[in-house]
Design a binder for this molecule. Sequence first.
Ligand code: NAD
Length: 478
Amino acid sequence: MQKITIAKGDGIGPEIMNATLSILLAAGAQIEFDEIKIGEKVYLSGNSSGIDQAAWQSIRNNKILLKAPITTPQGGGYKSLNVSIRKTLGLYANVRPCKSMYPFVQTKHPEMDVVIIRENEEDLYGGIEHQQTDEVVQCLKLISRPGCERIVRYAFEYAKQYGRKKVTCFVKDNIMKQTDGLFHKVFNEVALEYPDIISQHLIVDIGAAKLANSPHLFDVIVMPNLYGDILSDVAAEITGSVGLAGSSNIGTSCAMFEAIHGSAPDIAGKNIANPSGLIQAAILMLNHIGQNDVATKIQNAWLSTIEDGIHTADIYTAELSKEKVGTAEFAAAVIEHLGKTPQKLSAVNYANGITITIPPYQRKKRAEKLLTGIDVFVDWQGYNPNELANLLQQINTTCLSLTMITNRGTKVWPHGFDETFCTDHWRCRFYSNNHEQIQKKDIIQILTNAEALGIDVIKTENLYTFNGVRGFSLGQGE
Ligand code: NAD
């Protein structure tokens, strides 16, 4: 008997969780449930994290969480609990299989069978945001080598173990050369270790277009967090409904299983939600905890139910469906189908449980890191960059001189264009006069000089080279 933590969540959460639990119990899953309360009620009771210590303890003890969707209250002050759970428990791999059920569920893409593997801990989801001037706010995008190595290796291991042929990487490294560039670089490195698996890279915009139009071209797709979040919803929706897909969030010690959709407040309490996403999540969970026979039984029953045309409203069509049912009735139909195998859709047999383990990250030898300059960000209310440059050149030191000013990344000095629109947020680059290493005290001198002239410095970024390679991007037009 395995004890797991469950959370019924908000909106349609309790309905789809009750439906899923009834199927798990009827199928003979060897599971005991430890229920925790998380989400909207906890947020609104004054706990801005949406989860209390007892709930954390239950998840950490049981190591497995089956979670229905939760509502994140809109507006400031509330952090997304989903993101907090994923990051706090180190659930680095978010796996989202999206498969068409053609000809039983209406879809433009009958051949679709894609698994999206989304990095789950970093990228813009650090939620590190600051307002720096009247006009400009900032969100930090953090991408780490350990984060990239773990998720890319997980994707290739997944492909290898599940007999999939190709892994595609989507990034935007033509623009974000450092962050997405690192993800792409690590992808190329890890791909070399898997010569039997085809590796492919696409810029995320054309990749997304091709995924939406020709998903049969893809097999496993690995992406940084934000692109994976967006495109896995697209992928699930084009199989037939966002309500069909489940996901696993895998870490080294804990794992969380959930539907990919949200709490759907528009249809909550009406017994019309499709519980399939959470049922699929529960099947992923059963496989994860080694109850593969029960997982097989439920998946074949679910496929048979879909094949028999017993459909919830989101996938019901007069041509393909036989019966439109509610959430509870759909679960009852799956229970009735336990023991059956689908006739046309491929039956599954998860007899051989698959566990994917990734070796712990080995920190590389430190690079030679040289400090060669500083970007000083200033809040300046003027409009003419030449005026700002005149002011800033007064703070040059014997080591550091102003070499460039950008506004939202576009070079406006020297030789800027009058056409470039400027806000009150200026990035001013001071670079080593002889292109050699400078000291922290040289930076302090620049800041002291700026302070003396009344320049409003809002933040600084050190400029480094690593083993002689520039570790910062150029300005647009530089
Ligand atoms: P949503 O996924 O809840 O709903 C989008 C649309 O899909 C709605 O029209 C909804 O009715 C429909 N839909 C979703 N699930 C369905 C199902 N099982 N059956 C039938 N139709 C279904 O997205 P949203 O409206 O943007 O978000 C609502 C709330 O959910 C927000 O508070 C958001 O923060 C939260 N959310 C939670 C999670 C999570 O807990 N993992 C994920 C995404 C969004």
